[in-house]
Design a protein around this ligand. Structure first.
Ligand code: PEP
Length: 251
């Protein structure tokens, strides 16, 4: 049975003290979230150790927002998958559109990151999604299909089975514009169909596919009710414990 997941991507926000307080508030409020929903928070690198300590013993899992594409060595400013795992993370977000857009993240690099993360026992949350012009041109299926083929389909079935997918249309991230539930369900079904074509239908049924892009308490329930939407990757609304928990309670 695939997992229901609500993950908060804090991006480059909060001081360490604010992050620890936010994590504690999420952990305290999680008692009201249905027990079959996995809750993940992804603070900045500097916050991982104190945040992991703050939520230790709770149901909250910690994720990093990125990892290096090399295992160790002379790569100034980079943080290795092994370091992230050692610091207390169970997940790592990879291929977020902000990383693809601003930091030149290529499919080739992402395959290396995925393999390094998986080798450390981290579960990648692999982000895919089209830009506005690509959707307007009717190319969204082709774009997302290529993002799956160039990265996820390079992995073995065993490796790929550990991955959580997040469909995040770039035009909906941080814009306040959410994909309609029909638009989201259509492309989630396409993603699951592509997974079935590559790895088989049993495999595809077990993979969680999250929606991300201006998801908030007012629209989460409708999105999560779609048959192929298994939860959300939440940006802005994850910075307020009350909103993030309200989204997680939408199941
Ligand atoms: C994100 O960046 O992963 C995201 C979904 O952001 P927001 O919820 O703010 O649109």
């Amino acid at each position: 049975m695939r997992r229901k997941i609500v993950a908060g991507n804090w991006k480059m926000n909060t001081s360490v003290a604010e992050g620890v307080a936010l994590a504690k508030a999420v952990a305290a409020g999680a008692i009201e979230v249905p027990s079959d929903v996995d809750i993940i928070i992804a603070p900045p690198f500097t916050h991982i150790v104190p945040v992991a300590e703050a939520v230790a013993g709770s149901r909250i899992a910690v994720s990093a927002q990125n990892c290096a594409d090399e295992p160790k060595g002379a790569y100034t400013g980079e943080v290795a998958a092994s370091m992230i795992a050692g610091a207390g993370c169970r997940y790592v977000i990879l291929g977020h559109s902000e990383r693809r857009q601003y930091y030149g993240e290529t499919s080739e690099k992402l395959v290396k990151k995925m393999r390094l993360a998986l080798a450390e026992g981290l579960k990648p949350i692999y982000c895919v999604g089209e830009k506005l012009e690509e959707r307007n041109a009717g190319n969204h299926f082709a774009v997302v299909g290529a993002q799956l083929a160039e990265v996820l389909f390079e992995l073995t079935p065993e490796e790929a089975s550990k991955v959580v997918i997040a469909y995040e249309p770039v035009w909906a991230i941080g814009t306040g514009v959410t994909a309609t539930s029909a638009q989201a369900q259509e492309i989630h079904a396409f993603i699951r169909g592509s997974l079935a074509g590559k790895f088989g239908s049993d495999f595809a049924e077990e993979i969680s596919i999250l929606y991300g892009g201006s998801c908030k308490p007012s629209n989460a329930a409708e999105l999560f009710a779609c048959p192929d939407i298994d939860g959300g990757l939440i940006g802005g609304a994850s910075l307020k414990a009350e909103d993030f928990l309200a989204i997680a309670k939408s199941y």
